[in-house]
Design a protein around this ligand. Structure first.
Ligand code: FPP
Length: 247
C-alpha cells in the first residue's frame, strides 16, 4: 500500500528534525567498519528529503555532526568531512532540480576550510530554491548555540542597542542559528535510542518525538511516512486541554 495516501496533506509538520543514528551498528552487523555505515546513510537522506517534499513539508534539519562528534577517532572524523564535501558536490544538480535550498547551523568555522567552501558554495547556488529547505547541523550543539545567543544578546544590551525589558522569546529565536526557520514540529530519531542529545533544545519545546528501531542506513520513504502518520495521530495541545483543542 502507498503510505503517502494515508497522510492528510493539510496537517503535515512544517519542520522535521532528524537524528540519523545507527550507522555504526548497521555497518558492524554486516561485518564492515563504521565508515561503511556513514557512506550508506546517503540514500536515507535522499529518500527522506524526497518524501518530505512530496507531503509539503517546508523544512528538514539533519543532525549530521555534533560538537561531541569531534571526539571520535580522527579517521572517522576525516571520513565524515570527506563524505560531506563529496556528497554536497554530487547532489547539487538534484538539489537544483528538486527545489532544495541548502542551509547550515552550527559552528561552521570549525569545519575544515574545504568543507566550509563547498558548503558556502552550495548554500549560495541553491539560495533561490523554494520547495524545501534542507539544513545540515554541523559542529552543532544546542547548549553552545544557547550560550552564543546569550552572549550576542548581552553585547547588544551593553551597547545600548537593546533594553533588557524588551527581551522576549522572539529576541531569543532571532539570535539562534535557526532564526530563519520555523519551530520543530516533529523530531525523528532512528536506531532505538530515545534521547535528544543536545539537538535543538529550545526549538523542540513543543515538538512531537518519534523513535524507531530502524537503523538510519535502512530508513526509506515509507519509514518517513510512518513517522508523519504517527504525528498526525497525536493531539498537540501546547499546554491547553483536549476540549479546548477540539472545540
Ligand atoms: C550516527 O550514527 C551518525 C552520525 C554521528 C553521523 C551522521 C552522518 C551521516 C548520516 C552521514 C552523512 C553525513 C554527512 C555529513 C552528509 P553512529 O555513527 O553514531 O552509529 P552508532 O550509534 O550505531 O555507532
Amino acid at each position: 500500500m502507498n503510505k503517502k495516501l494515508l497522510i492528510d496533506l493539510q496537517n503535515t509538520p512544517k519542520h522535521v528534525a532528524i537524528i540519523m543514528d545507527g550507522n555504526g551498528r548497521w555497518a558492524k552487523g554486516k561485518g564492515m567498519n563504521r565508515i561503511f555505515g556513514h557512506r550508506n546513510a546517503l540514500t536515507a537522506i535522499r529518500e527522506s528529503v524526497k518524501a518530505a517534499s512530496q507531503v509539503n513539508i517546508e523544512a528538514v534539519t539533519l543532525y549530521a555532526f555534533s560538537t561531541e562528534n569531534w571526539n571520535r577517532p580522527k579517521l572517522e572524523v576525516d571520513a565524515l568531512m570527506s563524505l560531506l564535501i563529496n556528497s554536497l558536490k554530487k547532489e547539487l544538480p538534484d538539489f537544483m532540480k528538486n527545489g532544495v535550498r541548502i542551509n547550515s547551523i552550527g559552528a561552521i568555522e570549525n569545519l575544515p576550510k574545504k568543507a566550509q567552501k563547498v558548503l558556502t558554495d552550495v548554500i549560495t547556488e541553491t539560495k533561490n530554491n523554494k520547495d524545501i529547505v534542507l539544513t545540515f547541523a554541523l559542529s552543532y550543539g544546542s547548549r553552545e548555540e544557547i550560550v552564543n545567543t546569550i552572549k550576542n544578546i548581552s553585547k547588544k544590551v551593553v551597547n545600548k542597542q537593546l533594553n533588557i525589558e524588551e527581551i522576549n522569546e522572539k529576541t531569543i529565536n532571532n539570535h539562534l542559528y535557526t532564526f530563519n526557520l520555523p519551530d520543530i514540529d516533529l523530531m525523528i530519531r532512528t536506531s532505538g535510542e530515545q534521547r535528544i542529545s543536545n539537538f535543538l533544545l529550545w526549538q523542540m519545546a513543543y515538538a512531537e518525538l518519534y523513535f524507531t528501531n530502524t537503523l538510519w542506513p535502512d530508513f526509506r520513504e515509507e519509514h518517513f511516512y510512518d513517522a508523519i502518520i504517527d504525528y498526525q495521530n497525536r493531539e498537540r495541545r501546547f499546554g491547553k486541554t483536549s476540549e479546548q483543542i477540539t472545540e
